[in-house]
Design a protein around this ligand. Structure first.
Ligand SMILES: NC(=O)c1ccc[n+]([C@@H]2O[C@H](COP(=O)([O-])OP(=O)(O)OC[C@H]3O[C@@H](n4cnc5c(N)ncnc54)[C@H](O)[C@@H]3O)[C@@H](O)[C@H]2O)c1
Length: 355
């Protein structure tokens, strides 16, 4: 596990391996940084079944995800560092009340250095169970003092990032009269379409699940449907592409054929590999960094720790507009792509907090 101690690959503060034989719990909790405050990040529940060493794959995943949370939280202006946890196993087989309670006790043993939330494979009702053993739990249901579904402010934050992109490209913070392609109309994408239509945009959507598309079309019959993501990104006249499905949406195959002038979406880890941010910039495509514009969800859950107040959290998520503009300005000033500028600003914030 050499990566842990190499600062250029992470420089994490702490990694905890947890095992509870009774419930079958095996988990990794990775704390990247507490410079800005307690590490905050969700719990992924995943089997890593296609890896020969699932424990190692899970640990690497936790390390990478925790590091990403440090940057996301710093750019969101939160008083939180970055952390992430992974429970190893198939959630459909292994998840039980006993396991989640044992997991909560492990987080509690860290005394508040790590605050958890939902991620892939964990849900609001799971966090309600974890919270019975651990006060450092967010992403709970409203009945249990939580913020509930985080996609509300995630979509709102992406919309703010898109408004900032429009301001930078066309001189006005609106998508009115622009054509926006949304790939993936699940929880976040669907709400983003609502905001775009309200703002006066033309919207094209695509999704591998027919029912997701039907749901959007039922509310907004004027929305156009593309047959696939490949078709959507080639649509003539597309102004903005919003990847809202899986990671890796921007790669060597997609970037050369994008017709959009801007990319701004909710999906995590949109850049498939280092260098894609430069390919976008070379084509004159404005990229709003994913972890900046999709921070509305973490802003929402962080607010739970102070007794959830939707209006307060929304006000904070509104600032994603200013942050995105600041990144574009820094990128232009430093002569680097926006993704590099965002990393620089986040690193400066963490360094300043360390003193
Ligand atoms: N929910 C949040 O608060 C939040 C916060 C930050 C980031 N994100 C990220 O945003 C993205 C969307 O999250 P979500 O909560 O809406 O998930 P979701 O599962 O509700 O929706 C994803 C949608 O994408 C569709 N999809 C999957 N593969 C596709 C493909 N190849 N082409 C087109 N559509 C495809 C799915 O059918 C589904 O409708 C994810 O990458 C997630 O990690 C979500």
């Amino acid at each position: 596990m050499q990566t842990l101690f190499r600062s250029e690959q992470g420089g994490h503060e702490q990694v905890v391996l947890c095992q509870d034989r009774r419930s079958g719990l095996k988990a990794v909790i990775a704390i990247h940084s507490t410079a800005l405050g307690p590490a905050l990040g969700g719990t992924r529940f995943h089997a890593y079944a296609d890896h020969s060493l699932p424990e190692e794959a899970a640990t690497l995943d936790a390390l990478n995800l925790a590091r990403g949370m440090s940057y996301k939280n710093a750019m969101a202006g939160l008083e939180h560092g970055g952390g992430k946890a992974v429970i190893i196993g198939d959630p459909d087989v292994l998840k039980s009340e006993e396991l989640l309670l044992a997991y909560g006790r492990f987080i509690s043993s860290l005394g508040g250095r790590y605050v958890t939330a939902c991620d892939v494979g964990t849900y609001v009702q799971d966090m309600d169970v974890v919270a019975r053993e651990c006060r450092w739990t967010t992403g709970r249901s409203p009945e249990n003092g939580g913020a509930g579904d985080s996609s509300v402010l995630t979509s709102f934050g992406v919309f703010q990032g898109m408004r900032a992109s429009a301001q930078r490209l066309w001189g006005a913070p609106t998508l009115r009269g622009r054509t926006v392609g949304v790939a993936g109309v699940g929880k976040v994408g669907r709400l983003l379409v609502d905001l775009l239509i309200e703002d006066g945009a033309e919207v094209v959507v695509t999704d591998v699940r027919g029912e997701s598309v039907d749901r959007v079309r039922a509310s907004h019959p004027q929305v156009t449907v593309a047959a696939s993501t490949e078709a959507l990104i080639r649509t003539e006249g597309l102004d903005v592409y919003a990847p809202c499905a899986l990671g890796g949406a921007l790669d060597d195959a997609t970037v050369p054929v994008l017709t959009a002038k801007a990319v701004c979406g909710a999906a995590n880890n949109q850049l498939a590999h280092p260098g894609v941010e430069k390919d976008l910039a070379d084509r004159g495509i404005l990229y709003a960094p994913d972890y900046v514009v999709n921070a509305g969800g973490v802003i929402q859950v962080a607010d739970e720790l102070n007794g959830f107040d939707f209006a307060r959290a929304k006000e904070k998520a509104t600032k994603i507009y200013d942050t995105t503009l600041e990144i574009f300005e820094r990128a232009a000033g430093d002569g680097v792509p926006p993704a590099v500028a965002a990393d620089r600003i986040a690193e400066q914030r963490m360094a300043a907090a360390r003193g």
